[in-house]
Design a protein around this ligand. Sequence first.
Ligand code: HEC
Ligand code: HEC
Length: 414
Amino acid sequence: MNRASLLKRAACGMAVAFGLGLLSLAGCGGGSTEVHDTALSSGDWTWSLPQNFPAPAVPAYNPMSQAKVTLGRFLFYDKRLSGNGLQSCGSCHQQDKAFTDGLARAVGSTGETHSRNSMGLVNVAYHSSLTWVNPLLTELEQQAMVPLFGITPIEMGLTNANVPVVLERLRSDADYPARFAAAFPGESDPFSITNIVRAIASFQRTLISANSRYDQWTRGEATLTAQELRGFNLFNSEKAECFHCHTGFNFNDQVRHAGSLNVKLPFHNTGLYNIDGLGGFPADDQGLITFTATASDMGKYRAPSLRNVALTAPYTHDGSVATLEEMLDIYAAGGRHIAAGQPNAGDGRLNPYKSDLIPNMNLGTQDKADLIAFLKTLTDEDFLTNPAHADPFASVSAASAGTPTHAGGRRGAR
Ligand code: HEC
Ligand code: HEC
């Protein structure tokens, strides 16, 4: 067996080992490629997934349907959904940036700055908890209420007072009555926040990235360069340790899918700060400790998926890491040392709550370049340009899921 096929076998073994027991991988070891997953279709909805992707978990109260997904796409990109009409979900979650916004920290519809970086919504259906850290937020339906109604900071600025106004905006649209009726058949007045949130969640569950060059390689449809293969090997080695936290088909360790048992919610401190020498993180964002009040949870966050990571800069929960190069320098050193005199100064390498999996890794210049080359193979052009994920208001030719015909349909730049 040559080197490339040995590596490929390693990739296949990794995916199977990380909990895809029900499924067998196409192109791995010549076994059956049948999917024994009964959750792959329901009603008029069928997931179109490669063999190594399990069906997403869908709550029983909000089954998938094509009409809901279509409606959800319009609502996700509709600025009329914010109190002042200036912002949609898509303002902060932009398709060409893998559903991030390019900012260090998000800015809401009224100009307030968020303490955190906008997250990519890539394969968001598979996360067992949502946002950078919140063990209590486990459903997309629940999460959407935060940007809609949140006041610390204000994002889309909905309030009990302006909800009737917003619903009336949608009700008086030329197309929404038919779209809501199709998505929620039999309801006399389907215009409600509950239904809006359900439709948006259904749309978000379709944001599946599974066709990067890395994926094609695992399926035997593409090759990786020698450098990308070195990066892949290093990523999965005990030298760089990356695979412990960025693991499995979605490159993170909080994954659940239809039929998942024993869903775990690990969070990790990667040594980004150590302000007081006792492990302190900046006062406005300290991670898991906010929920547990347990000292050792200081600075712990969810490991993000690394799919399409080349497009989601700046990085980490507060957007304080500008580039992948800087990210790899931090990992190589086993944490971030912020020199005296700079904001949040302190030696994160010595953070007492830092994960054991972030030691001084001894990564050389070549190692770091190889890892970045591998991370770039996770970019999925199909996902980034899929018309079914695109802003239907942005272009009259955005076609495939239907062109908006209502007045003011063209909403300009996000
Ligand atoms: C002002 C910018 C902004 C707007 C508008 C916005 N988001 Fe977000 N989104 C963020 C930020 C910032 C985070 C990270 C929040 C955190 O960690 O507390 C986030 C996180 C998320 C997550 C969690 C992703 C994950 O991997 O866990 C989802 C899902 C999400 N947003 C969906 C939405 C939806 C749906 C809407 C519209 C109803 C929306 N967002 C509107 C900025 C925004
Ligand atoms: C102990 C678990 C752990 C290990 C090991 C680990 N990471 Fe991470 N990674 C995380 C967590 C947690 C975050 C988010 C940190 C934060 O926001 O404060 C993160 C963030 C990142 C980001 C930024 C992603 C984004 O969207 O902002 C990149 C890139 C990354 N890791 C790559 C790697 C690479 C490459 C390795 C191996 C050298 C590695 N990680 C090892 C847990 C880990």
